[in-house]
Design a protein around this ligand. Structure first.
Ligand code: PLP
Length: 411
């Protein structure tokens, strides 16, 4: 397991100003992850990572990633507005949405974003509500031809994207309406640790580009391989070898476009988890210890702060700050205070003997962590802080207050 980028003393100093629980993001780690992905695709013409905003929807994070050359992949109007807040506009923005409301298309057109359509019917709907854009991409769902994985499910059961036959129909319709610039997209897996998966997606998309170009007489300027590259949540997991992904995609790219006479499309990805997941921590304090049929450590955070363990049975590693070297002699269920029995960050987890007031860092919470927070049981969402390279922590989202919680009521 990676060493934490902060000490117990640093965490306690932050907690003195911003009470636990809080999220802490490691700026250097996030920049490093973006650089590693960019480096793996440095060979590709005009490679761009469009960070999936839903993973960590905070404009401060988006602005850091913009400095690393990343754009933003948005899937809602508020996400488009967050990205705009971060200074992103034009073709640094991508809209990859589904069941898309008109207002999203209108905002995407206003901002000049690249638009990725989830269905054929969206083409006419987009044109009617927001005007026909110069560029169109479709999201492909290969159905039974690909396997998918646990989080996203089997492609033929997934609501996303269009079939192979519909791609031919969709691009022909877009061409006939006057669209001149084309892209192709797929997002088939989620949290996938096998490098071969992204390569297989690339190979499939490159073959489709060749077929669609030949059949329809159109040229593709962009292939978007989607996100979904996994991270090692468990200590025994190995990170995806991005060098292997880059080299594999390069081989497929040269095989498809090398001597084909086709224009060489730009490549994009829209990873979220890979970039911020390992570099965000939920820091919480032990509030109560309880022993019944099992041993419980009750934290001041709940699944309303981090729902992945409850939602997916996901493993999140836990470090007890200041007890990194202590023997993990005890088994704890690490819980929150929701009236909901699956409000557990870990079940029967070997940890050092805990005391009330211990600070715990819950690892790999940087993506799809705070973002999935909710207010069930009247729980409030926590603050987010950014740990800069000089060791200082800066508040980038304050904690919700009870006034926030009550703000939407008609009183
Ligand atoms: C969620 C999502 C992503 C990001 O997924 P990660 O697993 O965080 O990489 C990318 N693209 C689309 C369309 C998504 O819905």
């Amino acid at each position: 397991m990676r060493a934490l980028p902060f000490s117990e003393a640093q965490a306690r100093a932050i907690a003195a100003r911003h009470p636990t629980p809080f999220y802490l993001y490691d700026e250097a780690g996030i920049r490093g992850a973006a650089r590693a992905l960019n480096a793996a695709f440095a060979w590709a013409p005009r490679f761009r990572e469009y960070f999936a905003v839903k993973a960590t929807p905070n404009p401060h994070i988006l602005a850091i990633l913009a400095e690393e050359g990343c754009g933003a992949d948005c899937s809602s109007l508020p996400e488009l507005l967050l990205a705009e807040r971060a200074g992103l506009a034009g073709e640094l923005l991508m809209l990859t949405s589904n069941d898309t409301p008109a207002e999203e298309f209108v905002a995407a057109r206003r901002l000049g974003a690249l638009i990725n359509l989830d269905d054929l019917g969206h083409l006419g709907y987009l044109a009617r509500h927001a005007g026909l854009p110069p560029f169109i991409s479709f999201r492909h769902n290969p159905g039974p031809l690909r396997e998918g994985n646990a989080i996203i499910g089997r492609p033929e059961e997934a609501k996303f994207g269009v079939t192979r036959a519909q791609l031919f129909e969709g691009y022909a319709a877009a061409r006939d309406l006057g669209v001149a610039r084309f892209g192709l997209h797929a997002m088939i897996v989620s949290n996938e640790l096998d490098a071969a998966s992204a390569v297989a997606t690339a190979r499939m998309l490159f073959a489709l580009v060749a077929e669609l170009s030949a059949a329809l007489g159109i040229a593709f300027e962009l292939v978007n391989l989607g996100g979904g590259i996994g991270i090692p949540y468990r200590p025994e997991d190995a990170p995806v070898d991005l060098g292997l992904v880059g080299a594999g995609v390069r081989g497929a790219y040269e095989a498809a476009f090398g001597g084909s006479g086709l224009p060489r499309p730009a490549l994009a990805m829209e990873c979220g988890r890979l970039i911020t997941g390992p570099h965000g921590y939920l820091v919480a304090a032990v509030r109560h210890l309880k022993r019944t049929y099992r041993q419980y450590a009750g934290l001041d955070a709940t699944m309303a702060n981090l729902m992945r363990p409850a939602l997916y049975g996901a493993y999140h590693h836990i470090t007890v700050l200041g007890k990194e070297g202590a023997p993990t002699s005890e088994l704890y269920d690490v819980t929150g205070s929701l009236c909901e029995n699956n409000d557990k960050f870990a079940v029967a987890r070997p940890l050092p003997a805990l005391e009330v007031g211990d600070l715990l860092a819950i690892h790999d919470a940087g993506a799809h962590g705070h973002a999935m927070g909710f207010n069930y049981n009247g729980k409030l969402r926590s603050a987010e802080l950014l740990l800069a390279a000089d060791g200082r922590a800066r508040l980038i989202r304050r904690a919700e207050t009870i006034a926030d919680y009550l703000a939407t009521l008609e009183l």
